[in-house]
Design a protein around this ligand. Structure first.
Ligand code: FAD
Length: 539
């Protein structure tokens, strides 16, 4: 598809980017670096989208959305010189799994220690775990490089598609030994994938809970096994669970991304919500802000999620009816409630004492239901019932970065799963505080002093995540990560290459390949396609 790549010396921008989420910033940086005149328009008064740090009570700052970093692609780190700019990541400590029967299971990067913990549940599972980590690591190494490439189009419409498919084929050829396992991983359920190897319900719950993260699927749903790769998708080469806490919170990362984008020449306007993408003869010609201001541009990239982009910002007459139908059916219903707590001190696990941080405080803690219960919780969530108890993930970012709270105080970040955006009964505004009370009571079974330490709290229901962060359905990943919504099928089939039915309108957010999480891959890949259409190269 041809494009007018030349720099317009008039008032028009070469590219407008709707949204300054991390992917919008990466795309803006990449295009500006290649010499395009770029304007990034963000509806909020801060950059970062779901990757922000905000004060939720005087002196207490938390990462409102994403809170741990692992998947940011190395070309993004390097290209934006993020380390040199001062992004510092403190590696997360061990993951502590806490169960309803009172059992505890500590998993760390120290394999020997993890194996001896695993043997407490099943010595056969300890043997299986070594193999499992190796196999998943190998599968991740085969798949994760695809994150940095545009998904190939299996219709092979022209030479570009053929070249792209050949690159994929070549990469897969190198991993052909794994072909059967990859096919299995992409199609089977977490329960099946783990059930082939493990016996202990505790071990399987600890490994399998990501299946229910940000979707309504349960661990027995075919297609959920793929999410296990995400624990291994780190670009640091440091193996599984190489997640870390960004000093200053996740917003520090996007502040410095914005600095890089501005230095490259991109303009960023905050408090500038886009109301409409303008078109002429099937081609994007610019945007109109909610204020009515019109800003022309040669092309528009949307960092907003697919539903928001096509169903709210575009005129349906500009889109084929079948495409609109597919976007409407795209699964994008969030299931997480986020709670940030300002604490007077650091709560200890039941039976513990003192105030000194323990190794588990430096990592993430999972309140794991067993897989059968996770299936039941997700089935309830599908019917609009918020699970209670639920799977809960929590952490204490202040153990790594004391600047996030006043002296001697702490914050606790809590992510509660199986909390459906659409409720069968009642509404989130009425019930969220009560639901948060229940989640805190569930945590207090393991951290009994927690309730007495809470000085402030911020409760973000899935509806709040939609309102505050601009995520349709409150979906953290701009849509489910399931086989029918991945690769060239993301967001919908026929449009897996960041282009859309409107010429000159591109999608650059998490609703594209390779999906959600703080990777920067979507923004970078999209910018590369824009430059290809504009006949320029990534600098
Ligand atoms: C609670 C929660 C926890 C998470 N935890 C993690 C985690 O620990 N680790 C991890 O890697 N990922 C995590 N994620 C997922 C991750 O944060 C997202 O997938 C990722 O940040 C999406 O980035 P993005 O740039 O594609 O989109 P977004 O961050 O959603 O950015 C889109 C931007 O577009 C703006 N926008 C939308 N509409 C308009 C408009 N009309 N006009 C102007 N601007 C507009 C929005 O305000 C936003 O700034 C979490 C997400 C949530 C919500």
């Amino acid at each position: 598809m041809g494009d007018r790549g030349g720099r317009d010396e008039g008032s028009s921008y070469d590219a407008i980017i709707v949204g300054a989420g991390h992917n919008g910033l990466v795309a803006g940086f990449t295009l500006a670096k290649a010499g395009l005149r770029v304007l990034i328009l963000e509806r909020r008064d801060i950059v970062g989208g779901a990757c922000v740090t905000e004060e939720f009570a005087p002196g207490y700052r938390a990462s409102t959305g994403a809170y741990v970093l692992s998947m940011l692609r190395e070309p993004v780190w390097r290209g934006m010189k993020l380390r040199r700019r001062g992004v510092t990541v403190d590696p997360a400590g061990p993951t502590l799994n806490l169960y309803p029967d009172g059992a505890r299971y500590l998993m760390s990067d120290d394999m020997e220690a993890t194996l001896s913990e695993t043997r407490r549940f099943s010595s056969a599972d300890a043997d299986a775990l070594v193999r499992f980590e190796q196999d998943l690591g190998e599968l991740a190494r085969a798949v994760v490089p695809f994150f940095d490439r545009t998904a190939f189009d299996p219709r092979l419409r022209g030479l570009d598609d053929v070249r792209s498919a050949l690159r994929y084929a070549w990469q897969l050829y190198g991993s052909r030994r794994l072909a059967q396992d990859l096919a299995f991983l992409f199609t089977t359920s977490v329960r099946q994938f783990l059930g082939e190897r493990f016996r202990s319900e505790h071990v399987m719950a600890a490994l399998g809970w990501p299946a229910i993260n940000d979707s309504l699927a349960g661990p027995s749903t075919p297609g959920t096994a793929y999410v296990l790769l995400h624990d291994h998708a780190s670009d640091t080469g440091e193996g599984p669970r190489s997640w870390g806490f960004v000093r200053g919170g996740m917003g520090r990362l996007t502040e410095l991304m914005a600095e890089a984008a501005r230095e490259a020449g991109a303009e960023i306007r905050l408090g500038a919500p886009v109301a409409r993408v303008h078109t002429r003869d099937g081609r994007a010609t610019g945007v109109e802000l909610e204020t009515g201001e019109e800003i022309p541009a040669l092309r528009v990239l949307s960092n907003a999620d697919p539903k928001r982009t096509f169903l709210r910002l575009c005129d349906p007459d500009d889109l084929p009816a079948s495409f609109v139908g597919a976007v409407e059916a795209y699964r994008c219903t969030g299931t997480s409630m986020k709670i940030n707590l300002g604490l007077g001190g650091l709560p200890m696990l039941a039976g513990g004492s003192g105030t000194t941080p323990q190794p588990y405080h430096t990592g993430v803690m999972e309140l794991d239901p067993f897989l059968t219960d996770m299936d039941a919780h997700q089935a309830e969530a599908q019917r609009g019932i918020a699970a209670d108890p639920a799977h809960i993930e929590l952490c204490f970012p202040t153990v790594h970065d004391a600047s996030l709270a006043p002296d001697g105080k702490h914050i606790m970040t809590v992510d509660v799963n199986s909390q459906p955006y659409r409720l069968a009964d009642g509404d989130w505004d009425t019930m969220k505080e009560a639901r948060a009370d229940r989640a805190i009571a569930q945590i207090a079974e393991h951290f009994p002093t927690l309730p007495s330490m809470i000085e402030h709290r911020q409760v973000l229901s899935p509806l709040d995540l939609e309102r505050v962060l601009g995520l349709t359905g409150g979906h953290a990943l701009h849509g489910d990560m399931a086989p029918d919504q991945l690769l060239f099928l993301r967001p919908v089939r026929g449009y897996g290459d960041y282009r859309t039915p409107i010429r000159g309108l591109y999608l650059c957010g998490a609703g594209t390949h390779p999906g959600g999480g703080v990777t920067g891959a979507n923004g970078r890949n999209c910018a590369r396609e824009v430059l290809r259409d504009a006949k320029r190269r990534i600098a």
